[in-house]
Structure formats: C-alpha cells, structure tokens
Design a protein around this ligand. Sequence first.
Ligand code: SAH
Length: 464
Amino acid sequence: MFLSISTTQYPATNLGYLLHKHPDKVQTYSTAGGKAHVFFPEATDERCTAVLVLDIDPVELVRSLKVPGESRSLQHYVNDRPYVASSFTSSAISNVYSSALNGRCTEKEEWLEMNLPLEVKIPALKVRGGQGLLERIFLPLGYTIQAERLPLDEQFPEWGESNYFALTLLHQLPLQTLLQHLYVLLPAFDAERHYYVSSGDIEVLLKKGDVWLKDHPERDFIVRKYLNNNAILAKMAIGKLIPEEELEVEEAPINLGVEEEPSVNLHQQRLNAALEVLKASGAKTVLDLGCGEGRLLKMLLREGQFTRIIGVDVSFFSLQVATRRLYLKDMTPKQKERIELLQSALTYRDRRLAGFDAAALIEVIEHLDLERLPALERAVFEFARPGTVVITTPNREYNATYAMPEDKMRHRDHRFEWTRQEFANWAAQVSEKFGYTTSIEGIGEEDPKLGSASQMAVFKRNAD
Ligand code: SAH
C-alpha cells in the first residue's frame, strides 16, 4: 500500500517538520500487519512529497492477527491487504504520523493551522459504491477528486473493471485535518477490518472527527462504516456527535441549567451572547467562572483575540469532562499556555483570578445559596475585579410558558431563580457597591408580558 502526500507551500520541505520525518532518510516502523516505510522522493522548497509504503506480509497477517471471523478474505494467504488502502493504512497513519495527526509540531508551529495546498495519492482504494460514493464523501469536505477505476486485470481488459480506484485528492487545508479525514474515511470505504471494533473506537472516531464529521451529509454512513456496520456502536457514536446540548443534558444534568427548558438552543444563545460581549469588550485575558464542561471555553479558544483563558469550577468532575472535550492533553506546549483549568470555589478569594480583562458567569449564580451570594460578589467584583463581567441567569417569569408548577425551578440544582426586577435590583446594588456600571438584556425567545427566557447583565468597571 502506498500513500503519498505532497505540498507546494513554500518552503515545501517544511512538510518534513510537520510529519516529524527527515526528508533525506528512509525510515521504517513496525505497524499493524507489517512494516511501514516513509521516504521523500522529492524534497525541494517548491514541492515536497512524503510517501508512506505499507509492507504487509499476508502470511504473517493470517498467522499473527486476530482476524474477525466474518472477514473471510483476510483469512486467506492471498488477499488484497498488501495493496489497498484500508484500516491498516489508518493504523499506519496513526503510528507513523502520530504527531501530525494530533497537531503537534514545535519547530514549525505556525504551519500547524495553515491551509496548505495538499495533494494525496492513493493508488488503490476499494470502493463499493463507485465514483459517486467517493464524491459524496470527499466533495462536502472541499476536496477536488481525480478518480480512475482500475481494471480487474490489465492483461485482460475484457474482464472489465474492478472495485478499486486510483485516487488523487486535492485541497487546501491544515495537514492535521487531512490526516484526520484519511484516518476516518479510508476504513469507511473498506468492509474488512483488521481489528475488532469496540466502544473504544467511538472515542477515537469522535476525536478525529470532532470538527468536520458532525455536519457531513454522509455522517451516518461514515460512522456506521467506520464502526464496521455495528449498529449499536454507530447509534452511540451519532448520539455523542449531535447535538451537543442534548448530549450534555443527558450526561450531566446536575451541572446544567437547562433541565426544564424545552429549547435546547437557549443555552447556546446565552453562550453566543456572552462571547459577543467578551469580544466587543476588547478583552485579551478572560475568566470563565463556573465553566462546567467547558462549552464557552471551547468557543473562546477559537477566537485569536483571547490570549489567556482560565476556566474555573468547583466540580472536579466537570473539569475532567472539560479537559477531555477541549483535548487539553493533546495540545502543544504553546497552545497549553493559552488555557488553564482551575478547581476553585467562587465564594473564596483566589489570587490566581486577579488582573484579568473580563469574566463570564454563565448560569452559575443561581447554583449558589442566596446567603453565599455576597461571598461570590466580593470574590468576583472586589478581589478578581475584571474590567468586564458578564452574568446570565434564568428569568423566572418566563417559566410560566414552560407549563411547570409555579414553585418549581428549571433545574434541580438551582437555589433560586429571579424575576427581571430581582435581577436588575441585584445588579444595581452590586454595581453601586463595587464601582461598576450595568446594562441588562434579555436572551432567547421573548414573551411580551413575561420577558425573555434568560437574562444577561454586563458590568463595566468604572474608571478609578
Ligand atoms: N457555565 C457553564 C456551566 C453552568 S452550570 C455553562 O454555561 O455551560 C453551573 C456551574 O457552576 C457548574 O459547573 C458548577 O459546578 C459551578 N459552580 C456552582 N457553584 C460554584 C462555586 N461556588 N464555585 C465554582 N463553581 C461553581
């Protein structure tokens, strides 16, 4: 099996840095099924190509691998595995190009996120579904495809065409994204799998497909194929992929303020509103206080404006989930410098939180007992004292539209829910006491009498 990746981005030899491979050397690695060799047939500043050759030993394969019973063709000494791109290719990509696949490159960090002109050649990919399937999979991701169906046997053209394609893919995208696409999609074309697919593969799939798989029109097909047509695993994976709001309510209802809210979008609207305020404030350093599972943090990370981002939560469990969701462990040292998660209670002074430009408390205050609220006020407005503070909380009046008993709250962990007047009074009193100026606005759907579903106060620190 052969997979080449070329770029013409100047100086193209940087491809060697990105792949962590020296263009002057042939390097060999042990990988599932055999050996993988990497070399660079061309390496100039104008154009550089890295070739991965997978040298699979079909005899050894049958002897040593636990080949799933249903993959009959793999049980024969003569099979197509040595030649076609398959799940072995994915394993080789993750073994041999693991740093690039995980977006790590200390020498040429500025190239990590760059949209590079990339060309991939795969001389043999088995595609049951023909050119149409290739197009349905690769075109939505922005690739230009050149696909040539290979004859069954060159010597005997009358035998007709095979299911194998010689494929060239062209695109401008970060190398990591390209490798993620190949990693997930190559085995999706291939009915055979050299390993038992298990629930652990869901995690791998979600990680590799994090950004692009959710909205892919062939998402369900890709997920099912990647998980070797295992319907139960595929259902679990799709449930995890979409939509995030529903997932979070299911996973950790205690930590979210959206249990009774019929509109799963409301929470996203709050996060969007807060993000806009933070961006408009010009803040560079920002605190997400009561960050929960890191949904706002994820959005903040995408904005280059924020150079230092701290998520704070009292719940160790939530921080663990956030660590996973933000892939903190896979970040480069430089990316890691930008973000930090701290376990801390917002009712105590914490010196680590002082000196930031802005802070957000999204659906947090209502989780505190009312008598603890003054302690939070001091910790945030007196000690941490950011220039801008954004606070959202439900509007209790709006609960009437949810057909819930009047004495009930939207979430079982809420200690109080305020009317618009109560929130405005509190915000005014806090502003007065700590030297801030407040503006308040509604978030979400608005009822003419009851107001909006949620409410947001923006506090600006007064000039000294
Ligand atoms: N802001 C997040 C989570 C909201 S849920 C989001 O919008 O998705 C409320 C969060 O506040 C929970 O994660 C909870 O653990 C945290 N929290 C509640 N009381 C806290 C306290 N005293 N100190 C720090 N975090 C607290």
